[in-house]
Design a protein around this ligand. Sequence first.
Ligand SMILES: Cc1cc2nc3c(=O)[nH]c(=O)nc-3n(C[C@H](O)[C@H](O)[C@H](O)COP(=O)(O)OP(=O)(O)OC[C@H]3O[C@@H](n4cnc5c(N)ncnc54)[C@H](O)[C@@H]3O)c2cc1C
Length: 416
Amino acid sequence: MNREPEVLVIGAGVIGVAAAHALAERGRRVSVIDTGEVGRGGSYGNAGLTVPSHAVPLANPGALRNGLKWLLDPESPFYVRPRFDPALWSWLWRFRAASNEPQVARGLPVLRDLLLAGRELFDTLTALPEMQCGYAQDGTLWVYRTRAGLAEAEEEAELLEEAGLRVERLDEAGVRTMAESVRPGVAGGIWFSQDGHMDPFLFVERLRERAESLGVEFAEKTGCLGFDVAGGRIGRVLTTKGDFDPQMVVLAAGSWSPSVARELGLRLPVQPGKGYSLTFARPASCPPLPVVCGEARVVATPLGGHLRLAGTLEMVGMDESINRQRVGAIHRAANRYLAGLEDMELVETWRGLRPCTPDGLPLLGRSAKWENLIVATGHAMLGLSLAPVTGEIVARLADDEETGFDLAGLRPERFG
Ligand SMILES: Cc1cc2nc3c(=O)[nH]c(=O)nc-3n(C[C@H](O)[C@H](O)[C@H](O)COP(=O)(O)OP(=O)(O)OC[C@H]3O[C@@H](n4cnc5c(N)ncnc54)[C@H](O)[C@@H]3O)c2cc1C
């Protein structure tokens, strides 16, 4: 293990691996450390979507409206556990403050540009023979059972369309032509043809192998404990398996980033947003493309020999337990939209933590406080979608190059 890499990446989720890969492609000597195993954190069992259709920031007026409505429902897609936690309350306060139209108007083009650039990078990467991970560029089909749900979705679709994204509105017949297992009686749907999907863990594995072939070294079960700093720079990184003396550090520890950043005197307002997935053996009725069960915010993604159902956003702190009622609610919700899901063979139940920022935008850029620190976290629902473009941006920042993106709104220390 190289103890004096040019760049040390902290965290081997999809973001850290993508950053290491992009840095190594530019000839950097890179080591990556992770408390656990590569790709086994929040990046392991997610829904596998790449989603330009999610360019509206998570903090938006609709999310605020629905969030308040859902708070009291134990089976709703969103839940906040009431508790004494000043960091959570400050996060919620900032989320409320950011959920307005002017903020959405500022954030949407930034996310759109990143997501579309990410899409191109996925196309290029997954065309490589060694990067096969079930990637398909067939869009996502959003289905709504109620007129009210469809009307709300159309409002958001209009914003996306105005921003230049492709949106195709469908009536019930159109929906069922695309996915015949959608139950009759739905109000309609929207097809976002620029979305794609893949097996997310396979993607991380393939990217890790490719990074290794470019010389990147991965140290698993190696947690960052702290730092030695001097003169505005990080000198030494202290870990559970000895010290590293890198020239530059990339912080990509997902939902754990605030605790690592605290060692550097930085306050990153990232809250873990827990979600679940259920992976089943592929049923005969499996939809041919990902179906988003609109009102329920549950995704059904076909993944080779499997079908994965994913959903829920729980603000419950660093609690990695599995709430069986909510997991059951995901399956029940999918059943209301899609036929043939009743008796599937369950392969895996998973939970993961999404690193969520209060304004719905990642924390991405050079630190203002530490000259040789780059922060790359807070990707919330978009970590897979934004991983390759985040990696590319990190590599350009490390080379002091223009990134080609408007990163002003993503400054890691923007919350003070
Ligand atoms: C149910 C669900 C569905 C989702 N669906 C999608 C989707 O369809 N599309 C999409 O784009 N995104 C999706 N996401 C979001 C996506 O999974 C996350 O945004 C992404 O995984 C975040 O990646 P990350 O690398 O920042 O964090 P992680 O993958 O969590 O990686 C962080 C790593 O840091 C390590 N670490 C922590 N502390 C330390 C330390 N002190 N020292 C060293 N290492 C440390 C952890 O062990 C972990 O491996 C979904 C998430 C969930 C939960």
